[in-house]
Design a protein around this ligand. Structure first.
Ligand code: ZN
Length: 242
C-alpha cells in the first residue's frame, strides 16, 4: 500500500498543480490531505476543488475552520486574519460547506493516524517542535505513525523504547517496533527556508518515507496574492520559504 500525504496547501494553485503531477507519477493507493487547503494564497476555490476531486481522506486545518467560523481567529496574526476574511468572502457556498464538514481526525485500520496539528487535542491547533511536546503526543495515539502538518516544516520524530530522536532527511526507513510522528511539510507555504513545495510519500510495504521537494512557479503564485490585494508579506515569504 502506497500513500501520498499532503498538507498546508494554503490556496497556492501553482504549488498544488505540481504536487498533483507528482502524485500522478507516484500512483499511490491512497491520498490523504492534512488540511489548511485555504488561507494566505489567492486560489482558494481552485485548490478546494482539486482536493475534493483528488481524495475524500481530508482533515480540517485551523485556516479551513477559521474561514467557516468554526475556530476563533482572534488568535491568528493580523496577516492570517486578513487572509481568512478575504477567503471567506471569495469562496463559493459549496466550497464553504465542504470545509465546514471536514473532520479533525482520520484513522487508518489502526496503522496510521492523520491530523492537522496534534493527536491529543487536534482542535487546539498546538505545534510539535520540541522533544517534550513530541513525547506528550506519542502518548495520545496508539498507531505506529501519526502524520501531522501545521508547522510547515517537514521532520520525522522517531520513538524507540523511550528515546525520541528527530530525523531531517528526505528519505527515512521506518524501523520495526518504533513509532513515528511525521510532519509532512507544506505544499503551498514552506517555512523551512526551502521555497519548494513539499509532499510525503509513504510506502507501507517497504516502510519507506520520502519527504519530496518540488520546484513550482513561485512568481505566479506571488503575483496572484499581490493582485488579490492580500498583504504583500504573504506573497514575498513564498520566495524564501519562510
Ligand atoms: Zn498551515
Amino acid at each position: 500500500m502506497k500513500y501520498v500525504i499532503i498538507s498546508d496547501i494554503h490556496a497556492n494553485l501553482e504549488a498544488l498543480e505540481v504536487a498533483v503531477s507528482r502524485i500522478e507519477i507516484v500512483q499511490p493507493d491512497r491520498i490523504i490531505c492534512l488540511g489548511d487547503i485555504v488561507g494566505y494564497g489567492a486560489s482558494p476555490n481552485e485548490c478546494t476543488q482539486i482536493v475534493r476531486n483528488l481524495t475524500d481522506l481530508v482533515v480540517a486545518g485551523n485556516h479551513d475552520w477559521g474561514v467557516v467560523g468554526k475556530t476563533d481567529i482572534t488568535y491568528f496574526n493580523a496577516y492570517a486574519r486578513h487572509a481568512v476574511i478575504w477567503t471567506n468572502r471569495n469562496l463559493t457556498p459549496a466550497n464553504l460547506e465542504y470545509l465546514e464538514k471536514l473532520p479533525l481526525v482520520h484513522v487508518e485500520n489502526g496503522i496510521l493516524r492523520a491530523v492537522h496539528a496534534t493527536p491529543d487535542h487536534p482542535e487546539r491547533w498546538n505545534y510539535i517542535f520540541t522533544y517534550p511536546q513530541a513525547s506528550k503526543q506519542f502518548e495520545a495515539f496508539t498507531e505506529g505513525i501519526c502524520f501531522v502538518g501545521h508547522s510547515h516544516q517537514p521532520v520525522v520524530f522517531e520513538l524507540s523504547r523511550d528515546e525520541i530522536t528527530t530525523i531531517n532527511s528526505e528519505s527515512v526507513k521506518l524501523k520495526k517496533a518504533h513509532r513515528y510522528i511525521i510532519n509532512v511539510g507544506s505544499v503551498g507555504q514552506p517555512r523551512d527556508g526551502d521555497p519548494r513545495a513539499c509532499l510525503c510519500v509513504y510506502d507501507a510495504t517497504s516502510q519507506e518515507v520520502k519527504l519530496e521537494r518540488l520546484q513550482y512557479d513561485v512568481e505566479s503564485a506571488r503575483q496572484k496574492i499581490l493582485n488579490a490585494g492580500l498583504p504583500s508579506v504573504l506573497a514575498n515569504r513564498l520566495l524564501w520559504g519562510e
